[in-house]
Design a protein around this ligand. Structure first.
Ligand code: AMP
Length: 511
């Protein structure tokens, strides 16, 4: 038999240089690497005793808590498939994920809601339901506490599925991305190397752990490097500023950096212990990048990835971290751009669809063979649905999602290009440029913005003139609407679909 490719085995087999603790919890509890091995073993035995076997799905929907990490690692060790979803989903949304993933075990905090789910057609029949952490006998952590901790990690091949994470499904139904042990290990190893993560590092963890960023990018690369995690349930800006003194890496989304630079307490001195600020999951504006650098003298390192592909590109650790770009393809990852109109591969720096291939790319969507045919090219490249281009120095620039591309009067407008101009204005906090139905143009370029402070006023015509100075006339928004805030998901991504719905009649007679 060839070497065990189980992610847990691979992540932990060379842990000679680890530095304890593995996790320090905000509440003061501390877990060493030995605790991690033991606890994941106790949980793995618990799963086995419940009848969970290789390839069974374990669906997890709980608040952020450390026990999720033991459970995640236990699933890996058993060879079960870890499926985790946002605890904020409603009953009917949750019902969809249960029906789709058909879990053998469902771990959740909102027990009372299970009855409602089941009433809608016995979707939970045959599923074992447990709490994760409370004092009842039905709690996995209580059962695990009296289990043996010795557990032989099961044998897996590279292509065995370690996890299914659902895409956010803003345009259609959420799709379950099947992510293999190899996908996760290759990314963990690569990120650990390129970001120089080592046993002396302490990651300040403030991201949700039902998403690829907070779970895989953070935990897998930390374990592989034998480093430590300071585990916070959420992002409270003052707490984070205080914690920077005890940590060395922060992984965040742009919203976190926007909040940090807005605080007077956030200074070069408060950030002096951190050697690496990483941003991803949504575009980081050049303004935030610049302001951040001005305060700290450190350049945020922006990277790009998605649930289906794990991480794809990163700005360099050494060398220029170019703002407004997501850097270079990771060492073992191939990225190419395909012309939207003629389907040819582009090598001239023009915008097209980003395609990606490598050990990081998922194995396809769960039970959606028809989608897998559409979303992969015959030579194995995955069609990301993002638009972008390589600049002359080889940095990848993201121009937005293909579905957000605006076609107005037959001309293509890439929202990111217009947003960059608007965001650069001092009065503007954030912007979202969207296409709305228009009787003449098909779609009309429209900007929805938020202002820096309530007392700022902005003349719409002045703003349009400013954009016209920088961009061709057809890219200038026909209308600009001001809102107090833009709708965002938990990863800080602006939900343009909600804005399109809200303003759908802006150019019709109904408006
Ligand atoms: P998710 O699957 O939730 O991680 O979302 C992935 C999507 O987020 C990508 O397809 C991109 O559209 C977007 N994304 C991730 N990182 C970045 C980034 N650094 N800049 C711009 N968009 C990003």
């Amino acid at each position: 038999m060839s070497e065990n490719k189980n992610l847990f085995f691979q992540l932990t087999k060379n842990l000679n240089n680890k530095k304890d603790p593995f996790i320090s919890n905000r509440d003061g509890t501390v877990f060493s690497y030995e605790d991690m091995i033991k606890l994941s073993g106790c949980y793995a035995n618990t799963l086995s005793n419940l009848g969970i076997q290789k390839n069974d799905r374990v669906l997890v929907q709980t608040e952020k808590q450390i026990e999720c990490i033991w459970l995640y690692l236990a699933c890996l060790r058993v060879g079960a498939i870890y499926v985790t979803i946002n605890p904020d989903y409603t009953i009917s949304e949750t019902e969809f994920f249960v029906k789709d993933s058909k879990p053998k075990l469902f771990i959740r905090s909102h027990f009372s809601k299970n009855f409602e789910i089941n009433n809608r057609g016995k979707v939970l029949d045959g599923t074992i339901i447990k709490h994760l952490q409370n004092t009842s006998a039905n709690s996995l952590s209580v059962i695990a506490s009296s289990e043996a901790c010795e557990f032989k990690t099961s044998y897996c091949t590279n292509d065995d599925i370690a996890a299914i994470l659902y895409t956010s499904g803003t345009t259609g139904r959420s799709k379950g991305a099947m992510i293999s042990h190899k996908n996760l290990f290759s990314n963990a190893k690569t990120l650990s190397h390129i970001w120089h993560i080592n046993a002396n590092d302490i990651l300040l963890h403030i991201l949700p752990i039902y998403h690829t960023h907070g779970l895989f990018v953070a935990f897998n690369s930390i374990i592989y490097s034998g480093a430590s995690v300071l585990f916070y349930k959420n992002f409270i800006v003052n707490d984070v500023i205080n914690a920077l003194a005890f940590t060395t890496i922060l992984m965040g989304v742009p919203t976190h950096y926007i909040r940090l630079i807005a605080e007077k307490k956030f200074t070069k001195q408060s950030a002096k212990n951190i050697r690496l600020f990483i941003s991803g999951s949504a575009p980081l504006s050049s303004e935030v990048h610049t302001k951040f650098k001005k305060i700290t003298n450190l350049a945020i390192l922006e990277r790009y990835g998605m649930t289906e592909t794990n991480m794809i590109t990163s700005n360099p650790y050494d060398g220029e971290r170019r703002s407004g770009t997501v850097g270079f393809p990771l060492p073992d990852v191939s990225v190419r751009i395909r012309n939207l109109e003629n389907g040819r591969i582009i090598n001239n720096g023009k915008v097209g669809i980003i395609e990606v291939k490598g050990p990081n790319v998922f194995r396809g969507y769960w039970q959606m063979d028809e989608r897998n045919e559409v979303d992969f090219q015959s030579d194995g490249f995955f069609i990301t649905g993002d638009l972008g281009f390589f600049d002359s120095a080889g940095y990848l620039n993201i121009s937005g999602r293909n579905k957000d591309l605006i076609i107005s009067g037959g001309l293509n407008i890439y929202p990111a290009e217009v947003e960059r101009i608007i965001d650069a204005l001092q009065e503007v906090n954030e912007s979202a440029v969207i296409g709305l139905p228009h009787p003449d143009f098909g779609e009309a370029v429209t900007a929805i913005i938020t202002l820096g402070d309530q007392h700022t006023t902005l003349n719409e015509q002045d703003l349009r003139n400013h954009i016209r100075d920088k961009l061709a006339g057809f890219k200038v928004p026909l209308k600009i609407k001001v809102k107090d805030s833009l709708p965002k998901n938990a990863m800080g991504k602006i939900q343009k679909n909600l804005l399109r719905t809200e303003f759908k009649d802006l150019y019709s007679n109904k408006a």
